[in-house]
Ligand binder design. Structure first.
Ligand code: FAD
Length: 411
């Protein structure tokens, strides 16, 4: 195998997006949607290691009416359910909130189609960024691509600015307060199932010797179901280690036969990343999961990424620098930290915690909280619904932790 290092930049771009995953492609789609004319989009290169996209995940989120992504949404549920032991609470919104489901492949295909229609956007697949070097007038990016004869070809490109969606080197995902690790299967039943048309977002919440677990069950249509086994853990675990549990969850929900598995879905989402990301260069911004895309207390990231992509695209189209995530509401983030700490320290009470929220908080308040737009009344309703003593201990522990962190940084 031969590696040839170029010493000159072969091409120049206004913008380079590192990573054609959810954040990178969302930004490209937002640029296409928001530009008055296609040629107003700055010359953009998106670099992605995957040679082709597969249906590797599904994105779900709560929304009232998602006109922007309506062609991507495969299914919407009007009701969702939380359950533990034999108790279950079903919620539905009077104000039109629904739980939306977007298969990743629909999103990837739509992004590829839109990019191919715009001459200013280029998606370079089967290629990875191996080095980034800011210079005075531009940033140099070294890219490795696999060539047809199996040699590794490297090339240098120059960019005025970079949006980097990789996990930054100085972000330690394993230091997140909790990790949401999941493994699941989409199955097609031999005949129509009789499950109610409800998204079972936290089903059969329970605690085993390693902590809090639950199943995630989405009846996608009359024959297809997604069943995922999910664990909240302090330690990082490989999603593959959950395969056996996921098979058991599948058997519990669908029985031992009468279906076939059409795809697998797994992942690990850091909840409550510690530390703040300090950008080294205003022309090189970080975004995505490693830069706080996931809401700490839930791990939901898709809507937050869409929101960021729209704001960022607007700035780029105005000729300004791209920006990362804007700071979240500090009170909300503090509540998330206390909530996560409570679950990390007392996994046994986690089922009761989520059931209390489903039982005592109105769907509207809970959804505004989950989608980053709570009012003070919503926040109060959430606090009042939760077990006070455990929350109080965690709040004290969080304050102590923050004071220590401040002293540490001063020292
Ligand atoms: C299976 C799964 C299901 C999920 N479901 C939901 C959900 O239902 N709702 C929700 O809100 N969130 C969900 N999430 C969380 C979150 O929305 C996704 O993880 C989302 O893909 C995060 O977007 P991202 O851009 O940060 O990362 P990615 O989508 O992973 O994009 C990062 C990209 O960077 C590329 N890359 C890596 N290294 C390099 C390199 N050296 N050079 C160039 N490119 C590189 C990767 O190939 C990848 O394409 C889910 C996550 C997973 C894994």
């Amino acid at each position: 195998m031969q590696i040839i290092q170029p010493n000159k930049c072969r091409s120049e771009f206004e913008l380079v997006i590192i990573g054609g995953g959810c954040s990178g492609l969302s930004l490209a789609l937002a640029l296409c949607r928001l530009a008055d004319k296609p040629d107003l989009i700055p010359s953009t290169l998106i670099i992605e290691p995957r040679p082709c996209y597969t249906n590797d995940r599904s994105w779900c989120y709560w929304e009232k009416e998602d006109k922007k992504n309506s062609d991507l949404v495969r299914k919407k549920w009007q009701a969702w359910e939380f359950s533990s032991n034999s108790i279950s609470y079903r919620q539905a919104s009077k104000r039109g909130w629904k739980y939306h489901y977007v298969p990743a492949i629909t999103f990837y295909n739509s992004a590829e189609r839109n990019i191919s229609l715009n001459p200013n956007l280029t998606l370079l697949k089967d290629s990875r960024v191996v080095d980034v070097n800011p210079q005075d007038n531009h940033i140099e990016i070294l890219i490795e691509s696999c060539s047809v004869d199996n040699n590794i070809k490297t090339e240098k490109v120059a960019a005025k600015q970079i949006v980097d969606t990789r996990i930054p080197e100085n972000v330690d995902v394993s230091s997140a307060v909790l990790k949401q690790i999941f493994f699941g299967f989409e199955v097609v039943m031999n005949k129509s199932h009789r499950f109610p048309d409800v998204a079972r977002v936290m089903e059969n919440m329970r605690v085993d010797d390693k902590g809090f677990v639950f199943d995630y069950v989405l009846p996608i249509d009359s024959n297809s179901i997604l069943v995922e086994f999910t664990r909240f853990a302090e330690k990082s675990l490989s999603p593959e280690s959950l395969r056996k549990d996921a098979m058991e969850s599948l058997r519990r929900v669908c029985g031992g036969s009468g279906y076939h598995i059409v795809r697998e879905e797994y992942g690990m989402i850091p909840m409550g990343l510690r530390g703040k990301l300090k950008p080294k260069d205003a022309r090189w911004i970080h975004t995505g999961l490693g830069a706080g895309a996931a809401r700490p207390s839930t791990g939901y990231a898709f809507k937050r990424i869409q929101h960021w992509a729209d704001r960022c695209a607007e700035r780029i189209l105005e000729g300004r620098n791209a920006h990362g995530f804007l700071p979240d509401n500090p009170l909300l983030m503090w509540m998330d930290k206390v909530f996560l700490r409570t679950i990390a320290n007392n996994p046994a009470i986690a089922p009761q915690l989520f059931l209390s929220l489903a039982r005592k908080v109105s769907p509207e308040s809970l959804l505004r909280f989950l989608t980053d737009q709570p009012t003070m009344r919503d926040l109060l309703a959430i606090v009042l619904a939760l077990p006070k003593l455990a929350l109080f201990h965690s709040a004290l522990a969080q304050i102590y932790h923050e004071i220590r962190a401040i002293n540490w940084s001063h020292a």
